[in-house]
Design a protein around this ligand. Structure first.
Ligand SMILES: NC(=O)c1ccc[n+]([C@@H]2O[C@H](COP(=O)([O-])OP(=O)(O)OC[C@H]3O[C@@H](n4cnc5c(N)ncnc54)[C@H](OP(=O)(O)O)[C@@H]3O)[C@@H](O)[C@H]2O)c1
Length: 489
């Protein structure tokens, strides 16, 4: 099958396109992965023409890549672009788009990709306008890429999906969660399913609990308009963290085929235990950062950030305990947490193994012996660390912690933006790393009781010091006295 002729970017002058999409597409150009036939259309409402857009694009690339910019690749890339000026709420604007799309491209190609890098409230309007302009063709399998968030709760996600399906078939829809484009997240699959020594340990008999952390050092910055309506549970847990949980917990798929992979992920989401309303406060905690000092500079409390109402109940931190009720994971808690203004920017999966059934070394200081850990640092560090015990050299039989550490990437290996992988998949029509609607639906079902509970009360909204690892109250989540958050990879 030949690839797309055109890749249309709605919201071409927005933050996501400028900081992520354009640099990633350039990277694909540099890697020789863009077919000669593929042209890009930047759709935006600024009164620009193609020439002006190309100047802008050159500036964006120069700022991102500086002296490392490959001039020949940049020239090729910039030449692929045309600019279409228009307000996407206006059906007439799509006529200009049609003209552009109807311009023949060199080489063999047959479809169009529409990337909606626009405010989520406008997704439906644009999809309807595309359809009206006849741009929903299934003949060349036109593709539509939808950014997150996919809905703000279960019913809005279902409504959005129903509307999308009125105009596009599921095979045409690519729902992005850029966490799945991260190489270190994909590595979870390879680590689990390419090493036969891992599988026998990967279950309730050997694993004590799993922690998934996505911590940010920064506050909400200028994003109050979006964030205060969303909160950490919607913004991070419903999408990214539950996706990572599925990769840790899923069974081996029959193949890497998109549906085989996603069938297994959905099974995990379906197995997550429903939390009874009267125990929600024991397993789901939320908090906001208070005012304080970070690296010697004063920082405002969440409620004092520009644009945040001073009675806002939106959580800048959430920590939740989930159980996956199936044969593999019965009794193994999954502790998930995410927050802003924490001690470090760090995303990681930490797996703690059970203690040995009998402690042979108890006349040595074995109280300080932490069980084995396997830690996947996802960002910004990228490593795998295994902690085991070995004998300390000397006259006594004393165990000593041995850290087997490996960087995920060798020094000469380039770090890819998560979007580069995903954009290439869109162009090549591979949907394995995109979210199927039943995954979205199940993820909303998992968190909706918590969302509803938190929306009904302002009680138990804790505060944490900026630059800390979150509120101390999350201690109640842990099921055993020797369980606690692991903050370092
Ligand atoms: N930014 C990120 O890092 C990030 C990460 C994950 C997901 N996302 C998702 O990506 C999407 C875009 O986010 P963003 O941060 O890039 O937002 P943004 O900076 O506000 O960009 C949105 C763009 O849409 C354009 N737009 C709005 N109304 C329009 C209209 N009627 N006609 C034509 N263009 C119009 C805006 O044009 P003007 O410039 O003319 O106002 C703006 O350039 C959202 O769904 C967001 O949730 C973003």
């Amino acid at each position: 099958m030949s690839g797309p002729c055109h890749f249309v970017v709605f919201g071409a002058l927005g933050h996501l396109v400028t900081t992520k999409l354009l640099p990633s597409l350039y990277h694909l150009e540099l890697a020789g992965r863009l077919d000669e036939a593929l042209g890009f259309v930047a759709f935006a409402r600024r009164d620009w023409d193609t020439l002006r857009w190309r100047v802008h694009l050159n500036d964006v690339l120069a700022e991102q890549y500086g002296a490392n910019l490959d001039k020949a690749a940049a020239r090729r890339f910039v030449q692929r672009f045309e600019y279409v000026k228009g307000d996407y709420t206006n059906p007439a604007a799509y006529q200009h788009l049609l003209e552009q799309i109807n311009t023949p491209r060199p080489g063999r190609c047959e479809s169009v990709v529409f990337y909606l890098a626009i405010p989520p409230d406008d997704f439906i309007q644009v999809v309807r306008n595309l359809d009206e302009a006849g741009l929903n063709s299934v003949v060349g399998q036109h593709r539509i890429v939808v950014e997150k968030p996919f809905g703000t709760n279960l019913s809005s996600a279902r409504a959005l999906n129903a509307e999308l399906h009125r105009h596009y078939r599921e095979e045409q829809v690519f729902r992005i969660d850029h966490y799945l484009g991260k190489e270190t997240v994909q590595n979870l699959l390879v680590f689990r399913f390419a090493n036969s020594i891992i599988e026998p340990l990967w279950n309730r008999h050997y694993i004590d609990h799993v922690q998934i952390t996505a911590a940010e050092e920064s506050g909400i910055g200028e994003r109050a308009g979006y964030f205060d309506h969303s909160g950490t549970l919607r913004d991070m847990v419903q999408s990214h963290l539950l996706q990572v949980l599925t990769l840790v917990a899923m069974e081996a798929p029959a193949s890497l085929d998109a549906d085989a992979l996603r069938d297994e992920k959905v099974k995990v989401l379906r197995s997550i235990r429903k939390i009874p309303v009267d125990s929600l406060d024991d397993v789901a905690l939320r908090a906001q950062y208070g005012a304080g000092e970070v690296n010697g500079a004063a920082v405002a409390a969440y409620r004092d950030e520009p644009g945040v109402p001073n009675d806002s109940n939106t959580e800048s931190y959430a920590a939740i305990k989930f159980h996956v009720d199936n044969w593999r994971w019965q009794g193994v808690p999954f502790y998930l947490r995410s927050g802003k203004r924490l001690a470090a920017r760090r995303t990681m999966v930490a797996i703690r193994f059970r203690e040995p059934p009998h402690q042979l070394f108890c006349d040595t200081p074995c109280e300080s012996m932490d069980p084995n850990w396997l830690v996947f640092a996802i960002q910004p560090e990228e490593s795998i660390r295994f902690e085991l015990y070995a004998r300390e050299p000397g006259l006594s039989m004393t165990p000593r912690l041995l850290r087997i550490d490996t960087n995920y990437r060798a020094e000469h290996e380039q770090r890819l933006n998560a979007y580069a992988t995903l954009l290439l998949d869109v162009i090549e029509g591979d949907r394995s790393l995109f979210i199927r609607f039943d995954e979205v639906e199940m993820a909303w079902q998992v968190i909706e009781p918590i969302l509803e509970h938190w929306s009904q009360t302002s009680e138990r909204l804790y505060t944490y010091a900026p630059g800390s690892w979150g509120p101390k109250e999350t201690r109640v989540l842990f099921e055993k006295p020797n369980q606690s958050w692991r903050n370092e990879p």
